[in-house]
Design a protein around this ligand. Structure first.
Ligand code: GTP
Ligand code: MG
Length: 335
């Protein structure tokens, strides 16, 4: 029971790609910022290995998945096998180690859902969150980066959608809207279901990369350079895709029955996942399956009030893309 509203895209849509690409270009982090991130990671590695020689640090999140815009904070994961130390003890110890160096505002947040150490490096001006043993995030970061290397339109679309979401105040999980990670998955799903498809389903192909993390088997095809230019048969311009993305989430997605699933390259039914009713705080009003933790709905943060806000924002954006003479201005207007 899918309902699809048909709509013809405006005729001048492709001419709008020029201003959209200009916005994309302006958001790309400069090379020197990347160098500073590496420099800070190097410093952290040095400090950590003094205390824990076997520990490893990994970058994850937007600084490593290629969806990071300029001036983002960096997310770091400390991989450590300390059998007789619980996470909050490690966090406290880590904060101690870092405090003693020249780093500023070192804070241990042991009670957060994901316990972290926060800090700021005065030399590079970069802020950083360090979590412990969150290796699934390191693996999903690689999956997103591999998708980004298949077709540049994914990175362009995701930058524009993230920029829109931040401008419109709908990128705030503590207010019931979606994380950046959720928006990127929505973009990947959208490009997987275009016809011809712009992205393949890497988890549906013969695996060339396979790890088991926290009892989850993570396997997918990661030799993306071997795909040639997978999306070459689809010639849709970036403006057309921005239009299509908003139109999809405003008028095509079946919120009542469907779950979007990058893992399967398609949608699956809410009933199959038993996501049809509220369980605890998970309301499943918009369902986005995590590619590896498949019992995890990234839409779980969305409540009765914020689903309305989100859907109205998708409709507003779709209408602007369809009718506004100058959509690039109106779309990103602060709310
Ligand atoms: P910005 O910081 O907004 O630029 O984006 P980001 O890509 O860093 O996203 P975010 O801060 O939302 O999340 C950081 C990383 O944590 C993501 O890239 C994921 O790897 C991981 N992550 C975030 N939320 C979840 C979640 O609910 N489940 C899992 N498994 N991983 C998550
Ligand atoms: Mg981040």
């Amino acid at each position: 029971r899918t309902f699809k509203r048909q709509m013809m895209c405006r005729r001048d849509i492709d001419s709008l790609s020029v201003p959209f690409l200009a916005i994309y270009e302006s958001l790309i982090p400069p090379e020197e910022e990347k160098l500073k991130q590496k420099q800070l990671l190097g410093l952290l590695e040095k400090l950590v290995s003094k205390e824990w020689p076997m520990a490893r640090l990994y970058l994850y999140g937007s600084c490593a998945n290629s969806f990071g815009v300029s001036k983002s904070d960096i997310d770091v994961c400390l991989a450590i096998q300390e059998v007789d130390m619980d996470k909050s003890k490690i966090i406290m110890k880590l904060a101690d180690i870092l405090q003693s160096d020249n780093l500023q505002n070192v804070q241990a947040l042991t009670r957060a859902r994901v316990p972290i150490v926060k800090l700021m490096d005065p030399v590079t001006g970069i802020s950083c969150d360090i979590c412990i043993n969150n290796l699934l995030a390191v693996v999903n970061t690689k999956l997103l980066r591999d998708y980004a290397n298949i077709d540049t339109r994914l990175r362009q679309l995701a930058f524009i959608i993230k920029h829109w979401a931040k401008s419109r105040g709908v990128n705030e999980t503590y207010h019931g809207t979606l994380s950046s990670y959720a928006y990127v998955l929505m973009c990947i799903h959208f490009l997987q279901q275009r016809r011809p498809a712009i992205l393949p389903c890497l988890q549906g192909m013969d695996a060339t990369y396979s790890v088991t993390v926290d009892n989850v088997d993570c396997a997918f095809f990661d030799k993306v350079e071997k795909l040639g230019h997978f999306g070459r048969h689809n010639k849709e311009s970036i403006a057309h895709l921005v239009w299509g993305f908003f139109f999809y989430w405003a008028y095509c997605h079946d919120y009542a029955n469907s779950v979007i699933s990058v893992r399967t390259g398609s949608t699956i039914s809410k009933r199959d996942k038993d996501w049809t009713r509220r369980v605890g705080n998970d309301r499943h009003l918009i369902c986005i399956e995590d590619p590896f933790e498949i019992s995890h709905d990234l839409g779980r943060v969305v409540d009765k009030r914020s689903i309305k806000v989100l859907r109205e924002e998708f409709e507003r954006a779709a209408d602007i893309m369809q009718y506004d003479p100058n959509p690039c201005v109106k779309l990103f207007e602060p709310y």
